[in-house]
Every structure is written in structure tokens, then in C-alpha cells.
Unconditional design. Structure first.
Length: 237
């Protein structure tokens, strides 16, 4: 049996580098995957980079883009929460806040919008959006820093508070989750249930087709190269 001695091979540095990269511990991160999308590799969800997505979408689908009442396609949608009774969306579930310059919505409007929202870039469409869980929102706070909102980190705009999917009462939806401190800090709302909140959505997994990391290709090339060198050496010995 013949063994390949790669100690003097030019491939050795490449193999060592590739192995080190592949064996290095993974770092949790929020990564821009392009097209206005941010991937969270801890929660394994994709966020929309622009937290204004809801407001812009609503403004584009109502006869009153910068004023009440809302007249768009969410009207009549029925939302059935995990606990409590179904709710039919009406114009009172959405409100244009002139002081903020954007649309806000009730928890039911948030749920209906996330469920119906589709995001298109190039020839691809992402349609499986939903409200984030409290755990996903908490990790986002941990990753970008408590109290960070507006344009921060890889995001174009982070809303200071937004709805989560969690429901804690049979009579009403959970309160908006402020990005101050922890996910359970309701000081912004004084602990009371707001009628309207910002709305943000996530999609499961990494919605962008991401090629294998360069290290993987390097490692694969190195192994292939070793195989070629082994065959050549065997043929000449």
C-alpha cells in the first residue's frame, strides 16, 4: 500500500487553512443576505431590513395612503389567535398616525398582514411571513443592543416596538414588545394594552440562496487536488 506524503506539497497550506476555518466555532450573527433581508442564524429566521415595510405596503394598498380610514385588502380577513375568539379585520384595526408619519395596526391586523404579505426580489417571491415570537425578538434585542432602534446594525430601520405572535389572554392579544431592555419590559406602554403598534415580520430559515462558504470550496478543492496528486504519484512510482 502506498501513502501520499503531502508535507512538501503546495496543497498543505490550503488544507490547513480550510480545516481551521471549518473547525472554528460558529459565531452568532445578523447577516445581510441582500435584497433588503437580514438573516439571524441563532433564531434561524429572516427579518425584513426595513421596519417600515408594513406601513409602506398599507399605504400602497389603500385609497387613503396618508390618512384614515383604511380601505385595503385586509378588510374582512378573519384572524383566529391561539387563545380567544376569532376576529374580523375592519378599518378600526389600522390607523395612520400623522404624528409618526406611518401606519400602525392592531395585533389582529398585524397577524393578517404578515400572513398575506409577499416579498419579491428578482424572480423570487417569499410568502411565508409571520409575526416574530418573543424569543426571536429577544434575541434581536440581544444582538443589536437594548434600546437600539431606527437605523442600526445591518437594518435600514428597526421599530422601537412591535407586535409578537404570542398571545397571553383569552380576551385580548398580547401587548406590543418594546425594544428597550428586555422583551418583557412594558414601560413604553405603561403596562397597558395599546390598540396600535408597529408591525414587523419574519420568515423561517434563510430565504436567500446562499452559496457554500469559500472555505468549503477551498477544502473540497484541496481534497480533490490530493486525489489527483495521489493518482499521479502512483502512476509514476
Amino acid at each position: 500500500m502506498k501513502f501520499i506524503d503531502v508535507r512538501d506539497s503546495w496543497l498543505t497550506p490550503a488544507v490547513l487553512v480550510a480545516t481551521a476555518l471549518l473547525c472554528a466555532p460558529a459565531q452568532a450573527s445578523l447577516t445581510s443576505i441582500g435584497n433588503g433581508l437580514i438573516y439571524d442564524d441563532v433564531s434561524d429566521v429572516t427579518w425584513i431590513s426595513d421596519g417600515y415595510a408594513f406601513s409602506l405596503d398599507i399605504a400602497g394598498t389603500t385609497a387613503n395612503p396618508a390618512a384614515n380610514p383604511y380601505t385595503g385588502p385586509l378588510l374582512g380577513s378573519v384572524v383566529t389567535p391561539p387563545v380567544g375568539s376569532p376576529h374580523t379585520i375592519d378599518a378600526n384595526d389600522l390607523s395612520y398616525q400623522s404624528g409618526l408619519g406611518r401606519w400602525l395596526g392592531s395585533w389582529w391586523a398585524a397577524s393578517a398582514w404578515a400572513d398575506s404579505f409577499s416579498y419579491q426580489y428578482g424572480s423570487r417571491t417569499v410568502a411565508d411571513w409571520r409575526l416574530p415570537t418573543s424569543a426571536e425578538a429577544q434575541h434581536l434585542i440581544d444582538a443589536i443592543g437594548a434600546g437600539q432602534y431606527a437605523a442600526t446594525g445591518p437594518f435600514a430601520w428597526v421599530p422601537p416596538f412591535f407586535w409578537t405572535v404570542d398571545v397571553t389572554s383569552t380576551s385580548h392579544a398580547d401587548v406590543a414588545r418594546p425594544l428597550f431592555g428586555t422583551i418583557d419590559n412594558f414601560s413604553l406602554m405603561n403596562g397597558s394594552l395599546p390598540r396600535y403598534s408597529n408591525i414587523w415580520a419574519v420568515a423561517p430559515g434563510n430565504v436567500s440562496s446562499v452559496p457554500l462558504p469559500a472555505a468549503v470550496w477551498l477544502f473540497g478543492s484541496a481534497l480533490a487536488g490530493l486525489g489527483i496528486c495521489g493518482r499521479r504519484r502512483t502512476a509514476t512510482e
